[in-house]
Design a protein around this ligand. Sequence first.
Ligand SMILES: [Fe+2]
Length: 216
Amino acid sequence: MADIGSITKGSAGVPKAEKGRGRSGRDAGTTKEYQTTSTGSPEIPVSKSFLNKLGEMHTAERELTLALPLVAAAAKSKDLKTVLRIHLKETKGHAKALENIAKSLRQELPSKSCKPMTRLIAEGVKVIGKRLVSSDQDAALIAVGQKIEQFEISSYTPLCTEADENDWTHEFAVLTSILNQEKMASELLAGLAAGKAPLQDLVEKTSLKKIRAGTR
Ligand SMILES: [Fe+2]
């Protein structure tokens, strides 16, 4: 998988108004109508809900960046540690990528809390605090990890859809890459939960080698 940061900026953030309406033909709830900034560059109409979700996911990714090293350290199996550490690298990239999306759309990234992620991380911390036997602890950590990935997948999917509908080619590509990495992490965790270790076998099935190449 390509490094998110390396995705070439193509027809980034070109306002739908300039290109004609997107596939949905809708123009709902934009923060501002098409205006000109003090520097003369046109502002891009972006829906409030898109921006708020972007800000919420930025907070979610940053919180996860802080939590994942603790979870990886607590994991007992080498395979689970590896999956978590790879996803930590990806998660750091996701936070940065969201900041860049806001910039390329010429918007301020709103500061939002993300209660679902905070709650799920607290659930993970609680698992660690229970000091369960190795296999039980790993199974419980994987279960929380799967919930986190499901939350992220369900959050990035509508963001991808909206970027696509607005013909934000670059932003759509970046968001799709994030979504694919979340799906990959989810598949790997599901594989470990189903006892499909060693990781080497999972790697071949889920193209983990490509992820590693993209996160170096
Ligand atoms: Fe993420």
